[in-house]
Design a binder for this molecule. Sequence first.
Ligand code: NAD
Length: 338
Amino acid sequence: MKMTVEIPNHKYHIHIQKGILANISKYVDLDRKVLIVTDDMIPEEYVNTLQKQCPDSYLATIHAGEASKCFIYLQFLWNALMDNNFGRKDLLIALGGGVVGDICGFAAATYMRGIDYINIPTTTLSQLDSSIGGKTAINLGDTKNVVGAFHQPRAVFIDTDVLTTLDDRNFYNGLAEAVKAGMIGDAALFELFEQISGDRAEIQDKYIEKIITKALAVKKTVVEQDEKETGVRQILNFGHTVGHAIESAGELEGLLHGEAVAVGMVQVTEDAAIKERLLNVLAKLQLPTSHTYPAAKLAEIISHDKKANGSRITLVQVKEIGKAELVKMPLANIEKYL
Ligand SMILES: NC(=O)c1ccc[n+]([C@@H]2O[C@H](COP(=O)([O-])OP(=O)(O)OC[C@H]3O[C@@H](n4cnc5c(N)ncnc54)[C@H](O)[C@@H]3O)[C@@H](O)[C@H]2O)c1
């Protein structure tokens, strides 16, 4: 299965195929310097499978976890590139989840003012969301993604076989972004979650490719209309304004990104019937639906959010499943959603 993202001056393919990790060299020129960026919890066999296809490869391994999306590791990647004489025609490969993808993409965006990278996402979250769209970033202290760049990958390769080694918490965490995609842009995707049992083995065997394809299709359509998030792309932030605040309040050690987005979606959904359907789906997917942080603390964090513009904020709301609206409001009004 192949999808194509078409952005002005940049077109790239997303390949979704079991076992494709062993065949990357068929699609991308790996006969150049290649820096593989991964983390220390990614099974070694995936790294080896990739390295075998690269005649001149270098490995940069960061510690697993959100705290690694930081300046220290960014500098580590820049040094790995410079010390090994990487030039503009060479390549970075992100082999891992959203953490690896975001920091590898940002290193690629900034080294020599931008070199190529490809994404090989290995978590549900990165396979169905973060590996496309070109948002790259690091955190500054506890503030998420505040330093970053738009830099699109040259290609994305999704091998669902690698999900078998992912732990349950991370498996379900990623599905929160697919529920979001259904809520904002594909009612049939949301209804699929209502119909299935929530059993991991069943989702993985029967539905995961469909879920990934549908979620990516929603994101792709939105990103193609508004790459730099000046307008419609903001709908992808459904659940994220409150979700990011919850993530930051946990000092990056509390809820995972998808889990925080799950809670954030619940908090901002006003329609009682939609909220009930959402709660049922999230519970089935073992995702949290509430938080215990003081509203004042979340409000303070949101006032520094990139989505806040002075005294106003744009909140994404869903009043009909499959359709999102951007609602501008005074920042003070956010308290009622916390
Ligand atoms: N750029 C974007 O558009 C975008 C969108 C959404 C989220 N994000 C970012 O993505 C990040 C979260 O990504 P994530 O949920 O993938 O988490 P992650 O990258 O931290 O990965 C989760 C854990 O799973 C392990 N892992 C990864 N693949 C594995 C596999 N196949 N088998 C066994 N273990 C594996 C990792 O080592 C890590 O410990 C956050 O930083 C978030 O801000 C970015």
